[in-house]
Design a protein around this ligand. Structure first.
Ligand code: GP9
Ligand code: MN
Length: 649
């Protein structure tokens, strides 16, 4: 027995087996890969085997036992680290990380608090095999035979690994044609190729993306322009110019989903103030409005709503393409309506690369956390609590030249939905899933903060001459929590229902304009043309993928970032079509299939614009390109934590 254990070959195979067991178990327990048939299960099992054999098989290339062992242990550790990083990332984003997002160190740093919140005690098991393997190595390597038939053995082993890998790729291609060429969805890639091969694939994709800008040329923008021209929906004269010259106050409700609206927890309304808005007559409430964000979450919502371009399939465009040329809401409103733009947010300016991208968008003033009192009691989780945030924002709004376009981003209703004692007396839900249970408390807190903000806006004289727009940026409760969510919504959450849950509120209040509930299907991509038309600026000259929600020609097909879509008629998820009104699976009509094709096309064209930075080649009449070097965001003089003492003296 001892003789077998003290061989390099044994060490190698033990590594492959441990690695396969660990990876496969985590696939089953940590990720929702949507395994639908035996072939997919089989592929899931063989992908760590091929990775293990190829990577650890290189151990036979080393002639010295000590070096060989160190190589294998390091490789094993790095792959385990990669797996665990994905586990944590997935718990947070329900997604796999991509190289671009991992290089956004500012973001990861800011996630600090959440990262520890995502770790579980049983995660120690992820390190157990590494320790075991290290112990085996220390105990045995001195007895490894000095001479091994190195080359022959290693080529045989590597060839085995490569054959398994090729078989894996071919079988995947049979089950899901064009998997590699079209990058449908990261979950698919991991499901078919495994988390390690996906990481290599992603690295290649990222390198490709940086070369895309270099390769793009002026005519490349024409196809998108032709598409958006044909897709353009002309303004509805009933609404066009209704908010002309008014300030625009855009309020971002962090992680806020529409199911909260009018929801009662044990008979108590969660968001009574928002409910009063949607049930009243002054606000237009779009109850079939969906978020369309991808990995960029908040940053995607901001980008989509301010540019009417989609976020990227991987990473956030804010971080990856922050230096691109944009024809943004800020730029258009400034050039066509003399607006001053501002963003107000209780987090620091580097998060999501905001301090860079805002310059490209033409944001005049950026009041980040450094402008607020970030003192103990005011701060929780990601940054400033919503109540002090809104309170301190009023004088900042008053300081802006009018008309202004001000974007206020809230934070407290953010995963993992933390409040401190005294923040709220609203009860948590009782599903047993802490994330879901606390969500109602932070949402209620946000609702109270908003109510006070409305009162303060009136007192500040900003209410009657401002159009107010309120939106939820993306889901708060990820699919990981659907079991608990089933108790909340009182039904099974099928893929169809899950898509319906991606509704976020979109509300517009224009002084003097009749409101009410509007059932038009739309998404974040439609916000910009809708606003422009309300302030009396025709969106026609610009390349925008959305259409005015009030227009009679509005397109109700709402694209999700992964190519799925919802509309008033059909919902298409993972290749399966449903009737949107009954939720029943249907055979798609040609019209439904055409809608899906169109979704794919617009995502593709939008991606081309971002990757190739194509708007640098497009100049609408009278348009002056935004010059980022003209913008500078100085640090504010708000109080930071260590200044608390000073302030209380
Ligand atoms: C941080 C905030 C959160 O500044 O915008 O971003 P998210 O995690 O929702 O993308
Ligand atoms: Mn967000």
């Amino acid at each position: 027995m001892t003789r077998i254990l003290t061989k390099r070959m044994t060490f190698f195979w033990i590594a492959v087996v441990l690695f396969t067991v660990k990876t496969y178990t985590s696939y089953q327990l940590e990720f929702q890969l949507g395994i639908k048939n035996a072939l997919q299960s089989f592929l899931l099992m063989i992908n760590p085997i091929s990775t293990g054999i190829i990577v650890f098989g290189l151990v036979f290339l080393f002639s010295k036992s000590r070096r060989a062992g160190i190589y294998l242990l390091t490789a094993y550790f790095l792959l385990s680290f990669l797996l665990y990083t994905n586990v944590l990332y997935y718990r947070f984003f329900t997604d796999f990380f991509t190289w671009p997002t991992i290089f956004q160190t500012d973001n990861l740093g800011n996630m600090g608090g959440s990262i520890t919140g995502l770790m579980e005690w049983h995660d120690l098991i992820y390190a157990l095999d590494v320790v075991l393997l290290a112990a085996l190595y220390i105990w045995s390597y001195k007895s490894w035979p000095k001479k091994v038939a190195i080359r022959k053995r290693s080529s045989l082993i590597l060839a085995t690994g490569v054959i398994i890998l090729l078989a894996n790729i071919s079988l995947a291609e049979v089950d899901r044609p064009q998997l590699l060429s079209r990058t449908f969805d990261r979950t698919y890639l991991v499901k078919y190729l495994g988390v390690y091969n996906y990481t290599v694939y992603d690295a290649i994709q990222s390198a490709k993306s940086s070369s895309q800008r270099a390769l793009a040329s002026a005519p490349d923008v024409n196809e998108a322009k032709t598409y958006t021209d044909e897709h353009y929906a002309k303004p509805n004269s009933e609404y066009f110019g209704k908010a002309k010259g008014m300030n625009i106050i855009k309020i971002h409700l962090e992680s806020f989903q529409s199911f909260l609206i009018n929801y009662k927890l044990d008979g108590q309304e969660v968001t009574p103030f928002l409910n009063s808005l949607v049930n009243g007559k002054q606000v237009t409430y779009f109850d079939n409005f969906f978020h369309q964000t991808g990995q960029g979450k908040t940053a995607d919502a901001e980008l989509i709503m301010d540019t009417s371009l989609f976020g990227l399939p991987q990473g956030s465009a804010f971080s990856l393409k922050g230096r691109n040329t944009f024809q943004s809401a800020e730029g258009i409103l400034n050039q066509r309506g003399n607006y001053t733009s501002a963003v107000l947010h209780g987090d620091y300016k580097t998060f999501w690369n905001r301090d860079e991208v805002y310059k490209s968008l033409g944001v005049d003033k950026f009041f980040d956390a450094s402008y607020y009192n970030m003192v103990e009691g005011n701060v929780v989780n990601y940054g400033l609590k919503d109540k002090p945030f809104f309170d301190e924002s009023i004088p900042k709004l008053q300081s802006l030249p009018q008309p202004f376009y001000a974007h206020l981003l809230t934070l407290t209703n953010h995963f993992p939905f933390v409040t401190e004692e005294g923040d709220t007396d609203f009860p948590a839900a009782q599903t047993g899933d802490g994330v879901v249970d606390r969500y109602f408390q932070t949402a209620h807190y946000l609702d109270e903060a908003l109510q006070k903000f409305f009162t303060d806006l009136k007192a500040a004289g900003l209410y009657d001459n401002s159009m107010i727009m309120i939106y939820g940026d993306h889901y708060g409760i990820s699919e990981n929590h659907n079991k608990a969510m089933e108790q909340i919504v009182g039904k099974e959450i099928t893929p169809f229902e899950n898509a319906q849950l991606q509704r976020v509120p979109f509300m517009i209040r224009v002084p003097g304009m009749q409101g009410g509930v509007n059932h038009t299907y739309g998404g974040e991509i439609d916000a910009l043309p809708t606003i422009l038309h309300l302030v009396g600026i025709d969106s026609k000259p610009y390349i925008q993928f959305g259409t005015d929600l009030f227009s009679k020609q509005h397109d109700p097909v709402v694209a999700f970032r992964n190519g799925d879509f919802v509309s008033n008629r059909w919902t298409s998820i993972d290749g399966v079509y449903y009737d949107s009104t009954t939720g029943l699976e249907i055979e798609p009509t040609d019209e439904a299939k055409a809608a899906k094709k169109k979704v794919g096309k617009e995502l593709e064209l939008s991606d081309q614009i971002l990757y190739g930075d194509l708007l640098r080649f497009y100049k609408p009449e009278g348009w002056k390109a935004i010059d980022p070097s003209k913008y500078f965001y100085k640090v504010g003089d708000g109080l930071t934590e260590n200044e608390t003492e000073k302030s209380t003296k």
